[in-house]
Write a protein of this length. Structure first.
Length: 95
């Protein structure tokens, strides 16, 4: 299911950016000092040993393939975000 929305990111909690399995995604951190982005192969939030990237406010990705964002995670299909400090917000769009 396509998504084009703004999501709130509670501090320290993973929020799924995707509403279904996707191959590519666009997102921009619109508030929050630093937001962690991670991917999974299914609908379960990240735990334990996984790759994550840190994005400061005003940065993100534009129509990036998950295989390019997370090359070490074959079959990445879901994307998650977590605010590292305070309440954050992110704009997300995917087909």
């Amino acid at each position: 299911m396509p998504r084009n929305t703004k999501l709130s990111l509670p501090e320290g909690e993973w929020t799924e950016l995707t509403s279904s399995d996707v191959a590519s995604i666009s997102f921009e951190v619109i508030s929050g000092a630093q937001v962690m982005i991670a991917a999974t192969t299914g609908g379960t939030e990240p735990t334990g040993d996984f790759a994550e990237w840190f994005y400061p406010c005003g940065t993100g990705a534009r129509n990036e393939a998950l295989s390019d964002l997370f090359p070490g995670l074959p079959m990445a299909k879901r994307v998650w975000a977590r605010s590292a400090t305070g309440l954050g917000a992110i704009s997300v769009s995917h087909a």
